[in-house]
Design a binder for this molecule. Sequence first.
Ligand SMILES: [Zn+2]
Length: 138
Amino acid sequence: MSQTATKPVPVPDEISAPFFDGARQGKLMLQHCTACGQWSFPVRERCPHCFAARLEWRAASGRGTLYTFAVMHQVMNPGFASDVPYNVSQIDLDEGVRMVSNVVGIPNDRLRIGMKLEAVFEDVGQNVSIPKFRPAAG
Ligand SMILES: [Zn+2]
């Protein structure tokens, strides 16, 4: 008899809830500073550029560029055993922030730094969705 290991699932908190609420609706929500006009990620209470506590949530474009990636062949967590080899990628969003995620919908050997990507949202259970990225259409 075998047990299926499960992947860890993010637990939204008071500060990150808008990010996860957006993801469940297929929107990539980011914080935008109303003092200096810059975007930020990861989620925080103050703007990392000007330190103002004037961050508001806005829907981002969901578009970005592959900055770099690594392909994982080892099973570091049993929940990911059926996914190896999978990529861990850094994506530069058009808004100017960098996000760690996975690129899906393309074999790992076709990943290219600089390729255009767009966000897709994956239901990971417990009413949580997370953004992943696929090659941009057109
Ligand atoms: Zn700012």
